[in-house]
Design a protein around this ligand. Structure first.
Ligand code: SAM
Ligand code: SF4
Length: 473
């Protein structure tokens, strides 16, 4: 049993990133363990987790399990968890109760707990003491070892807990079963070294490790061959890509090389304002297949709070970068993340957040109430602001965010824009997709447009989406 340790995770290994290419192996004993059996997977949190689930699905299918829509019928149940805020945590704990009932009625079900919560020592201790019926607990760095845990489980039928705290490794060659046939997530790096004081990610996801450029390019080339239209390059702080590799190769170089693969659309998340270079702006501007959409989290409008968050930029610097991007890239849309209620955030601090939103008029913003995470520096600050005030601030901020989201969308009314049609919409008779600028559009069309980038005429505007019809018809 190998438990995580937040203190140890803080001690960063300064060595170079090690690339492991041969660590994914399926032991003979479990090659057919899933024959005639099924799995179900519940995924919480960000795109990294969604993509990890695509890896876990492929590993299970390599052992011959098949996907089952209903959790109640599945033989293997995976909970891929998120630790970023307390509500994500609470949802997972609620679901554990439900899975326990299933396990009581069918004790041969195999249950797996993984993702960021598994990296928190308080959680793994709890799983070890109170949830002994959970069969496998694995962290975010050892997904490739899942077949071994199955092998050990069939040998001794005892709970397996393995979570690594210190790592500097990237594992290549882990299979992936993509959720979409048209757009794909491609990890370009793992972990984060920024240590924003409120954030658990540098502990749960570990040290920044970039993949080698040639491995990323090869993956995108294969996606092009398989007719994928869009890739999203994933990392907690993609602009810092390559800094740990010592090969003098930057995010700007990577964007350029991915662009040359000929994939129709390239997106990338998330950009930290600190590492956003002029070269990156030039590259995005230069290549038509790099989409004019940037997610640029600001977090707060107050320099005082930004400093306490350890964000490493001032509002003046953020604004300069924002304006530079807007000026250089025609039609660019910019979204952001904002936290309200950071410990001791004053009315004046919050007013500055409203002021900057009024000034920059973001296309979209993901807004959160600060949630203390055990082990982070901010969680140790004594907070004088009550939850009622924080909720009021969030509501006020959201009103403003909605106003600008709608106003930004209005520019599209009656205009023709390109949309990648990716799935049936919840709205009857419609299919959904996104513009190059990441605006959600529900398009009146038929199945034949699925997977195609088509010209769409926008005929109705809403706050979070738009409606349209095919313009070529
Ligand atoms: N790496 C990205 C960045 O630097 O912006 C984002 C990572 S995080 C998965 C997504 C967002 O969650 C953050 O931008 C932040 O706004 C929010 N977040 C992170 N920790 C939080 C916390 N403790 N309470 C509330 N929101 C939090
Ligand atoms: Fe968390 Fe900051 Fe790293 Fe983003 S940059 S993952 S907010 S520590």
């Amino acid at each position: 049993m190998n438990l995580p340790n937040l203190e140890k995770a803080r001690t960063r290994n300064k060595g170079k990133t090690i690339i492991n290419k041969n660590d994914y192996i399926i032991p003979e004993e479990v090659k057919k363990i899933g024959k005639g059996k099924t799995y179900h997977i519940l995924t919480y949190g960000c795109q990294m987790n969604v993509h990890d689930s695509e890896n876990i699905k492929a590993i299970l299918e390599d052992m011959q399990y098949k996907f089952e829509e209903s959790i109640d019928k599945a033989d293997v149940i995976v909970l891929n968890t998120c630790a970023i805020r307390e509500n994500a945590h609470n949802k997972v704990m609620g679901n554990l109760g439900r899975i326990k009932h299933l396990k009581e009625s069918r004790p041969d079900i195999i249950t797996i707990f993984c993702g960021c919560m598994a990296q928190e020592e308080s959680i793994t201790e709890e799983l070890k003491e109170k949830y002994k019926w959970v069969d496998i607990v694995m962290g975010t760095h050892n997904i490739h070892k899942l077949p071994y845990y199955f092998k050990e489980l069939i040998n001794d039928n005892k709970q397996k807990i393995e979570v690594f705290s210190i790592e500097g490794e990237v594992y290549e060659g882990i299979p992936v079963k993509r959720d979409s046939k048209y757009k794909a997530w491609v990890n370009i790096m793992y972990g984060c070294d920024k240590f924003c004081t409120y954030c658990i990610v540098p502990y749960t996801r570990g040290k920044q490790r970039s993949r080698m450029p040639e491995d990323i390019i090869k993956e995108v080339q294969e996606l092009v061959k398989d007719n994928y239209q869009e890739v999203t390059l994933l990392g907690q702080n993609v602009n810092a890509y390559g800094k740990d590799l010592d090969i003098n190769y930057t995010m700007s170089n990577l964007l350029e090389d991915v662009s040359k693969t000929g994939i129709k659309r390239i997106r990338f998340v998330t950009s930290h304002p600190w590492d956003f270079t002029d070269e990156m702006i030039e590259t995005i501007k230069k290549y038509d297949n790099i989409m004019p959409y940037i997610h640029l989290p600001i977090q707060s409008g107050s320099d005082n709070i930004l400093k306490k968050m350890n964000r490493r930029y001032t509002i003046k610097e953020y604004t300069t970068l924002f304006n530079k991007i807007k000026k250089a890239i025609p039609n660019v849309s910019i979204s952001t993340d904002i936290i309200v209620g950071f410990p001791n955030e004053t009315d004046e601090d919050f007013q500055k957040t409203l002021d900057i939103v009024n000034k920059l008029k973001f296309d979209l913003a993901y807004t959160f109430i600060y949630s203390p995470r055990i082990g982070t520096p901010a969680s140790k600050i004594k907070d004088s602001i009550d939850m009622k005030t924080k909720k009021k601030r969030l509501a006020k901020l959201n009103e403003l965010i909605n106003k600008y989201a709608y106003e930004n969308n209005l520019k599209y009314q009656n205009k023709i824009t390109e949309v990648l049609i990716e799935a049936e919409s919840e709205k009857k008779g419609k299919y959904m997709g996104y513009t190059d600028t990441m605006k959600l559009v529900n398009v009146k069309c038929t199945k034949k447009y699925l997977g195609k980038i088509v010209k769409v005429k926008i005929n109705d505007i809403k706050t979070w989406s738009m409606d349209g019809v095919i313009a070529d018809d």
